[in-house]
Design a protein around this ligand. Structure first.
Ligand SMILES: [Fe+2]
Length: 304
């Protein structure tokens, strides 16, 4: 089974948005974007990547959040059009989780904007085990051949300059039940969330940018012998081994699919995974080359 993984599309549009909707965290986000991010995230790269994935006949696609920049409706329109038209796969073959930018404000949470736009992609095979996390119902489980794809929401609205994530007690409890389900234990676990499950940062940076309940998540994953933990958020390709009491998980991050960056582990692209019946998944990076429009195969750097 082949899975493609892209992340952090950061599609930007303020078309038709009245100025009063910037009187909140969105204002600092918008300034930040104009000052340093605007020219580095390019939507043409995301479209090229979506089309390349469509061409490669993968069985499933995972998108690990930050599809939008400011959680505005025109950005969600762009994101949905990209998934529907450029990727062009049936929603049953695509797993989408929100990132902190998709739940940027309390308004985006209370209006359940992510769910509004991506409901057809949120159909779970174990719907009774999902819980309401505010912006939608998670975890979403997709049982596909040898894989049990489990999508989590780690996105929560935060104060300006805070990008930290949290799964919350209710979602963790739901995940514990899912991890015990025979349809899941009999398959290879593919966990998808925006934030990485381990923080290798200082306490302050973890508090500002990391997954605040990462320790509780890792404890739940203890009995899992093998599988993938897919994330975004860092805007770089990276893999780490996560030791569990029963074996080892491969945590793999995808870079931002719109990012123009000269560093090879950050330049836009996507990851490809091949799931064997036993042993670890094969992990490859597919890197976009903007001058030629071609894609090059590379490895995903391993970190300890
Ligand atoms: Fe991001």
């Amino acid at each position: 089974m082949k899975i493609a993984h892209l992340s952090d599309l950061h599609l930007y549009s303020v078309e038709g948005v009245p100025p009063w909707r910037f009187v909140n965290k969105r204002f600092t986000g918008w300034v930040n974007l104009r000052l340093k991010r605007g020219d580095r995230h390019r939507s043409a790269y995301v479209r090229a990547i979506a089309r390349e994935i469509a061409r490669r006949n993968v069985e499933h696609v995972v998108i690990t959040g930050d599809l939008t920049n400011l959680a505005l409706e025109p950005e969600f329109e762009l994101a949905r059009a990209l998934v529907q038209d450029d990727l062009g796969l049936d929603p049953s073959r695509v797993t989408v989780v929100p990132g902190n930018h998709d739940l940027y404000t309390r308004g985006a949470l209370s209006s359940r904007r992510f769910e509004q736009y991506f409901l057809p992609w949120q159909e779970s095979d174990l719907p009774d085990l999902a819980t309401d996390v505010g912006g939608g119902r998670f975890p979403v489980v997709k049982l596909r051949g040898p894989a049990a794809i489990v999508a989590l929401s780690s996105a929560v609205p935060r104060l300006p300059f805070v990008a930290a994530g949290e799964l919350g007690a209710a979602q963790l409890e739901a995940l514990a039940r899912i991890l015990r389900h025979p349809e899941v234990t009999g398959r290879m676990l593919v966990l998808a969330l925006h934030h990485p499950a381990v923080n290798r940062w200082s306490r302050v940076k973890t508090h500002l940018e990391g997954l605040r309940d990462a320790a509780a998540l890792l404890e739940l994953l203890g009995p899992v012998p093998r599988g993938l933990v897919l994330h975004g958020h860092l805007h770089r390709r990276i893999q780490r081994a996560l030791a569990t009491s029963a074996g080892k998980l491969q945590q793999v991050g995808a870079t931002s699919a719109s990012l123009h960056n000269e560093e090879p582990d950050r330049m836009a692209g996507f990851n490809l995974y091949e799931l064997p019946t036993e042993g670890p998944a094969r992990v490859e990076a597919i890197v976009y080359e903007p001058t030629t429009g071609l894609f090059l195969t590379d490895s995903v750097p391993k970190h300890v």
